[in-house]
Each structure stands twice: as C-alpha cells, then as structure tokens.
Design a protein around this ligand. Structure first.
Ligand SMILES: Cc1ncc(C[n+]2csc(CCOP(=O)(O)OP(=O)(O)O)c2C)c(N)n1
Length: 357
C-alpha cells in the first residue's frame, strides 16, 4: 500500500508537496525541538528520582505536531501519551507541562494522573487515560455529537498500533463509520507495543487495510515527514466534514524506550534503531528550512539555548511547588459535593491536619 511522503532524508521536497506557510514550518520546527528537549530532561529527572515516570515521543514528533498544525482549535483532541507536541502546539507552556510531570499543586489536573497524562480543557485536549484504546469510542461519540449539533469540527483520536488489538478500537471505529461521524483515527505505527513487535500483534498488512473492513477512508503516511502528515490530516479533516471518518496509519518508529520502566535492548537491536535514525523528523525539516535559507546553525543554537533556559526555570519552579492540597482530592469530581463526600472530605482533612501536628 502506498505511503504518502514528500520530504526526503536530505531535506528535499518531492513534486506535489503541499505548500505550507513559512510561519507554520518555523513554529513546527520549534515545537518539535521543544518536545524533544523537554522529554529528554524529564527522563533525566526520573533517573535522578525527582519525578516518578516519563514517556517520550523521540522520533515521533512529526506525527503530533504535523497533525495539530493541520487542525483547528475547535477540534477535539484525544491523545494517547506520546503526543505532547499537540498540546505544546496549542499553547500549553513548558511550565504547565513540567508542573504536570511533577504532579504538584500547579498541575492543571492536580496530580490525579500519572506523569505524561496531560490534558487541557481550555485547549480542547482531553486528558490522557492509561487504559490503551479507551479514548477511541470517546472520540467517535464526541464526533457524532458535533455532527448532531451541526458543529463544523472534528474529533481526533491518537493511538499506537498496539491499541488496534483492543475491542475499543473496533467498537469505536465501527460506530463512527455507521454514523458517519467526523472522526480522525490517527494510528502511530511505531513498531512496538512495549516489547511486542507489530508482527506479533496482527496478521494484516499494518493498520490501514482495516479501514476497508469498516467502510471508511484509510490512508498511510510517512509519520516522520512533517509535510506529509500535515497534508494528509488537512485533507482528512475536510473528508470528515463532507463524508465521514478517516483512519490514518502513520509509519514511524519508537526511537526511545517505551517508558522509563522499560529496557528496549532486551527485545530489539541497535542496528534496527540506527536504520531509523536517518529518518529523524526534526533533522529532515531542519535541513529543508536551511536549504530554503529560513534557518541556520546559529539560529538553531539560539533556539536550543532559549528552550533549555525555559526548561531550567520551569524545573526550578516545579521543585519549589507544594503537593496538591488534600481537600482538592474531592473537588471537581461532581458538580457539587454530595453529603457523603463532604463528610469524607472533613474527616480526611481533619486526619491529615492531626498527622502534621
Ligand atoms: C487496556 C490496557 N492493556 C494494557 C496496558 C499496558 N500497556 C501500556 S502501554 C502499552 C503498549 C501500547 O502500545 P501502542 O498502543 O502501540 O502505543 P505505543 O506505546 O507504541 O506508542 C500496553 C500494553 C494498558 N495500559 N491498557
């Protein structure tokens, strides 16, 4: 099956590539770099025991940033956990992200999720859930609701190829297909579900042929090519609004470990990783920008310094912040606290105060 790709490894664009505004390309480069640098520091902090856990999108940054750039802010996004790039694209700050990774009192979700399970109501990014695939039916339902309400927006659900082994994948896509809901199912086929290679996950030729079975549009794209991801998602968005759902399979590779609890050297070779290193999405876009005289080594150094400084400051700030207050555990769950919860809150707060004495 054809893989849509426009930008080669040397940063040269093929004929037929979409025309993307200069400011979008420069912002995309910055956000991809920022995502990588933040990830990198979070892994170091976890190794030092400062934060409990981290997951990274090393090598997959173009999937998140390329798709987010092609969407509208009113579109609802349902990320898995390797899509920090989408929330950064929408304006989530490094400080907000680092507070979330520390699960401190400034964390938007008050430490109620694991690190990397970010979300923002303001930015229409639904909080990540740990169960794999669980957001696929949610996105299908959200898309259908928007269709019923005649909103001209789409819902986008991100997941790895491992999630396609879950019942939620089939239920969600089938529902969206039958209702012609404006949903984009964005699958990052990055080769592994923790230690399980794609070859042990399904017998089909990847994910995209499954679209035929559900009667929806399917497209396979080079997930390390910002231009191709942007183009495919922009067209998929329009198709959603005119016709119905689209399943996108972005071919990419998980360059890093699954999470800080994983050791990939146990199940894959360094040669395999090396083969993908030359397809690095950030280097590819960077080379293109340099060729077009939109970017330079000096600008790159300056940008890296600026991002590193912002990360340093955010970490300093997060280290000094307190944990979420114990009473907040009961807040924002129901619209109003029920009498039982009120009693429990009083007793928990009372107990924690007496412990501190
Ligand atoms: C329902 C469910 N089953 C198993 C797990 C354990 N688990 C966490 S991540 C993961 C692998 C997911 O792989 P994939 O969907 O391909 O995404 P990737 O991590 O490769 O980006 C698994 C099995 C889980 N979180 N939820």
């Amino acid at each position: 099956m054809e893989i849509i790709s426009y930008l080669d490894d040397s940063g040269t664009l093929k004929k037929g590539a979409p025309s993307i505004p200069k400011d979008v390309l420069l912002k995309a480069y910055e956000i991809m770099l920022q995502t990588r640098m933040v990830d990198d520091r979070m892994v170091t902090l976890q190794r030092q025991g400062t934060i409990s856990f981290a997951m990274l999108s090393l090598g997959e940054e173009a999937c998140a940033v390329g798709s987010a750039a092609a969407l509208e802010l009113a579109d609802w996004l349902y990320p898995q956990y390797r899509e920090a790039g989408i929330i950064f694209w929408r304006g989530f700050t490094i400080r907000e992200y680092v507070d979330h990774m520390f699960c401190n009192c400034n964390d938007i979700i008050l430490g109620r999720q694991m690190p990397n399970h970010f979300g923002s109501r303001k930015l229409n990014v639904v909080t990540v859930s740990s169960p794999i695939g669980t957001k696929i039916p949610h996105a299908a339902g959200c898309a259908y609701a928007m269709k019923v309400q005649k909103e001209k927006s789409v819902a986008v659900c991100y997941f790895g190829e491992g999630a396609s082994s879950e019942g939620d994948f089939h239920a969600g896509i089938n529902f969206a297909a039958v209702r012609k809901a404006p949903a984009i199912f964005f699958c990052r086929n990055n080769g592994y579900a923790i230690s399980t290679p794609a070859s042990a996950q399904f017998a089909s030729d990847g994910i995209v042929p499954k679209a035929i079975g559900y009667g929806i549009e399917g497209v396979r794209v080079d997930g390390n090519d910002f231009f191709a991801v942007y183009d495919v998602v922009q067209k998929a968005r329009q198709h959603c609004l005119d016709v119905g759902p689209v399943l996108i399979e972005a071919m990419t590779y998980r360059m890093g470990a699954h999470s800080t609890s994983d050791d990939p050297s146990k199940y894959r070779t360094e040669e395999e990783v090396e083969k993908w290193r030359i397809k690095d999405p950030i280097a590819r876009l960077g080379k293109y920008l340099e060729k077009k005289k939109l970017w330079s080594k000096a600008k790159d150094e300056e940008l890296k310094k600026k991002i590193a400084h912002e990360i340093d400051q955010a970490i300093e700030n997060s280290k000094g912040a307190c944990s979420p207050p114990i009473h907040s555990l009961f807040e924002h769950v129901y619209f109003e606290l029920t009498p039982t919860l009120e009693r429990e809150q009083d007793s928990v707060v009372h107990r924690s105060e007496s412990c501190q004495k």
